[in-house]
Design a protein around this ligand. Structure first.
Ligand SMILES: *Cc1c(COP(=O)(O)O)cnc(C)c1O
Length: 459
């Protein structure tokens, strides 16, 4: 079991501070005296960071326990501060597609950093990244870069409202668009319902013009709708493919009432293929939100779309957008380097790996009597755990169906996998992210660990 060897953690120096200086270790990496443990560092983080995390899911609330603290990553693997190695199926929730610390991306960031990290003036790299996105995604005649997927969806909503002069936004239950007030609505079931705040801190008024419809059914729109925003492949309720005709139907219905169609391709953009979900399903949105892959692992977001709509953004138009770090030199360098690697052949390869990974996990679960399904859409893999004994279980098509997944069983499997050296997302509704670094060798390691893990799950 060479893959399970506990290596000494090189990436995280630990010593007292005077010795630290003598040893010339990097003060920003040093966590002080004593051998670091996940538990100790998490406790320390929790003292100074709410919940010990900077993005809520990382705190393991839905699976229990406390998180591993990552010291470093390379390719398909991460190492925690105790030196334990994991096959990483999280891959920064999809921001990483080439594997951790990909040499081309790392070199691009290092080179860019030597020229300064932010100027507050236009740069060639942001122009090139916008050109690259525009040349690969036909609907994106113009592109505005920003700092996160959340900023992209909130900007797209403001832009759609400003451009149409209308207020109502239609979203779909089970879709996720980041921490944007107007889109943080509780998903209703049945026909389109008026949104209720999905979290404290969002007043009713902030979502008074947000309607929630069930995924995979084309809602009938009224002519006060500014935009429909949709994940063209839902990847935040497991992975749910668009039903045949769903995306085309949205396009037609938007055109009928003069509403804009916004694709949230923060996950699917440059992950499903060079042209994203819109190329795969051949439906052209008016606006597209990007994030994750286009930053090569650095903070980024973007809105792209029709020239006439994009020109409504300031400074040319009347809808305000600005950002101190927008178009950041390091993020655009990393993004360009990543996109440069992503040829059609690479996507074919990752799709093959996604199919392989999904069937490997399905077979191992099924041999252990776990009724788990791993839907594959291109390079994306989801997981849905059906009721045991019901072999005819259908894959979910919407949020109500997705929510019937066995969360308790997922939590057990998650912890068993973690113990055996596989890091899955600490939540039953996240996608599994296979990338270019998940080689046959990694799959062999994954299979051995998964076999040991499923044997520990009780059902
Ligand atoms: C991750 C995600 C977002 C939010 O992006 P952040 O960069 O985390 O703000 C928005 N939409 C979708 C579909 C996402 O998966």
């Amino acid at each position: 079991m060479a893959d399970m060897t506990i290596t000494s953690p090189q990436a995280i120096p630990y010593c007292d501070e005077t010795a630290c200086i003598a040893a010339q270790c990097v003060p920003t990496l040093c966590v002080g005296k004593g051998v670091p443990s996940n538990e100790k560092l998490y406790a320390r983080s929790s003292d100074v960071i709410p919940g010990g995390v900077n993005s809520s899911i990382r705190a393991f609330k839905s699976v229990g326990g406390s998180p591993y603290i990552v010291a470093r990553g390379n390719g398909a693997h991460i190492w925690d501060v105790e030196g334990k190695k994991y096959v990483d199926l999280v891959q920064s929730y999809g921001a990483i597609i080439l594997g951790h610390a990909h040499p081309a991306v790392t070199a691009a960031i290092q080179q860019a950093a030597t020229d300064g990290t932010s100027y507050g003036a236009p740069t060639p790299r942001e122009m090139k990244l916008a050109e690259t996105i525009s040349s690969r995604v036909a609907s994106c005649e113009q592109v505005r870069l920003m700092n996160s997927g959340t900023e992209a969806t909130s900007t797209a909503v403001r832009l759609a409202r400003g451009a149409t002069g209308r207020k109502v936004i239609v979203t779909f239950a089970g879709n996720f668009h980041g921490a944007t007030d107007a889109l943080l609505v509780a998903g209703g079931s049945g026909i389109a319902t008026l949104g209720l705040p999905g979290t404290a801190g969002v007043p009713d008024e902030a979502v008074a013009n947000t309607m929630v419809a069930p995924y995979n059914v084309v809602p009938r729109l009224t002519n006060d709708v500014a935009a429909v925003i949709v994940e063209p492949v839902a990847a935040n309720m497991g992975v749910v493919a668009p039903a045949p005709g769903f995306l085309e139907g949205l396009r037609q219905e938007c055109d009928r009432v003069g509403a804009l169609l916004i694709f949230d391709e923060v996950i699917t953009g440059f992950r499903l293929g060079r042209g994203g979900a819109q190329a795969k399903f051949d439906v052209r949105p008016d606006l597209t939100c990007f994030g994750k892959v286009i930053g090569g692992g650095l903070p980024i977001g973007a809105v792209g779309g029709r020239r006439d709509i994009m020109s409504v953004l300031t400074p040319n138009g009347k809808v305000f957008h600005a950002g101190t770090l927008a178009g950041n030199p390091l993020a655009t360098a990393a993004g360009l380097a990543a996109l440069n690697e992503l040829t059609d052949d690479v996507y074919m390869e990752i799709s093959a790996r996604a199919r392989h990974g999904a069937s490997l996990l399905r077979d191992i679960c099924s041999a252990a009597g776990i009724n788990a399904h791993f839907p594959v859409v291109g390079t994306l893999v989801g997981m849905y755990i059906g009721k045991n004994g019901d072999a005819s279980q259908q894959l979910p098509h919407n949020f109500d169906e997705a929510k019937t997944t066995d969360e308790k069983m997922y939590a057990q499997l998650f912890h068993a996998m973690l113990k055996e050296g596989v890091a899955m997302a600490p939540g039953a509704y996240e996608a599994i992210f296979f990338g270019l670094a998940h080689t046959d060798e990694v799959f062999a390691e994954l299979a051995r660990a998964a076999e040991r893990a499923v044997a520990q799950v009780q059902h």
